[in-house]
Design a protein around this ligand. Structure first.
Ligand code: KG4
Ligand code: ZN
Length: 360
């Protein structure tokens, strides 16, 4: 069985995976840099590149060992070429080129967003489900909020994207403001069910132009104003203290330092983000006649979003990746590379890392 080795280093995760032609994931190793960046409340690009350099050799080695694969078993090496932090991308892409040069293997550059979409295809394939095309693909992560129409193969049409913050970025900024640390999505998602979303009135984005574009900066500013208009210093300090004492507090510990009014704020924030995302997906599904909806990227882990997308409001089925394939990983990169391999689409060593690489 031929394998593709995938390498992903676009942001703050060093990842390598071995995926077989039939979609079996033989290994998927992710070395997270969360602890390095957490104290800065976001990803520091220079630190990210340095950590990738440290991690790339052991992570690739571990992925190969776990898959019981030898270099001779590989059909190709795939690496994320963009979009992402250019210094981070360079580490994975250069390493992939090195393997290809020494082992005389074909190189396949993959767009990170296409990888996120293929994470869902990979999962569906493993559970014998077929995602009917055309499909809408929403990629919502810390760096992107893009809505595509995917008609198959390499054919992606960009229907809308964020004009300011990405959805995950909004989570991260609001969490930082409220003292919940980084990354913000997972913890706010846990707190949200413990508040009443109707108790705090937060605005939906008002936008001219493309109705399928997204915007989250107004929401973030509304949260900031809400916080500034209340005396919240003590509770914010208590949460920061909790994080200092324990890097990953449990829900009960968070709730102890989060009064009902703040829980309501978090619930309202999550409700607006979910509505902003799904409103556009719903509209795009109607306009395009899409037969499926793919939702991927770190924000696809969100329990509120998953519940709402499957509540029957969409005109077609919604597919999410399993949580470990939602956030950045290399199995999705190898999975996205397989169709390119089948079509004989290879890259040469002039392939550059591109911070703003577009998918459509
Ligand atoms: O896809 P990803 O791992 O990296 C990027 O490509 O950005 O996504 C990370 C983002 C972070 O902003 C994080 O806060 C968000 O995904 N995230 C979530 C959840 N889990 C992760 N956002 C909302 N709810 C979650 N459960
Ligand atoms: Zn990502």
């Amino acid at each position: 069985m031929p394998f593709i080795l995938g390498i992903e280093t676009s942001c703050d995760e060093t990842a390598a995976a071995v995926v077989a032609r039939d979609g079996e994931v033989l290994s998927s190793v992710v070395a997270s840099q969360l602890d390095v960046h957490a104290r800065y409340g976001g990803v520091v690009p220079e630190l990210a590149s340095r950590e990738h350099l440290r991690a790339i050799v052991p992570v690739v080695r571990e992925a190969m060992q776990e898959a019981h694969a030898s270099w001779a078993d590989l059909s190709a090496v795939a690496a994320t070429a963009g979009p992402g932090l250019v210094g981070s991308l360079l580490v994975g892409l250069t390493f992939a080129k090195g393997i290809c040069a020494v082992r005389r293997l074909p190189l396949i550059g993959v767009n990170h967003l296409e990888g996120h979409i293929h994470a869902v295809v990979l999962d569906a394939r493993r559970s014998n489900e077929e995602i009917e095309l055309p499909a809408l693909a929403l990629v919502a992560s810390g760096g992107h909020t893009h809505l595509f129409l995917w008609t198959g193969g390499e054919h992606y049409q960009l229907l809308g994207k964020t004009r300011d913050d990405a959805a995950g970025e909004a989570y991260d900024k609001v969490a930082k403001l409220l003292g919940f640390g980084y990354p913000g999505g997972p913890v706010l998602d846990l707190i949200a069910p413990h508040g009443d979303p109707a108790a705090v009135d937060l605005p939906m984005a008002k936008m001219k132009g493309n109705p399928l574009d997204f915007s989250f900066s107004g929401l973030k500013t509304a949260v900031l104003r809400w916080v500034q208009s209340r005396e919240m210093e003590a509770e914010i300090a208590a949460r920061r203290q909790l994080l200092k004492a324990k890097p990953r507090p449990r829900l009960e510990e968070w709730l102890e330092v989060t009064p009902p009014a703040t829980r309501n704020l978090v619930a309202a924030f999550q409700a607006v983000v979910v509505e902003e995302l799904l409103k556009r997906v719903e509209r795009a599904a109607e306009e395009t006649g899409a037969r499926s909806v793919i939702i991927s990227g770190g924000v696809a882990c969100n329990a509120g979003l998953r519940r709402a997308a499957r509540s029957g409001r969409l005109s077609c089925p919604a597919y999410f990746p399993t949580p470990h394939l939602s956030t950045d990983n290399a199995a999705m990169i190898a999975a996205a590379a397989w169709p390119k391999f089948e079509r004989g689409e290879f890259d040469d060593f002039s392939l550059r890392a591109q911070a703003n690489l577009a998918l459509a």
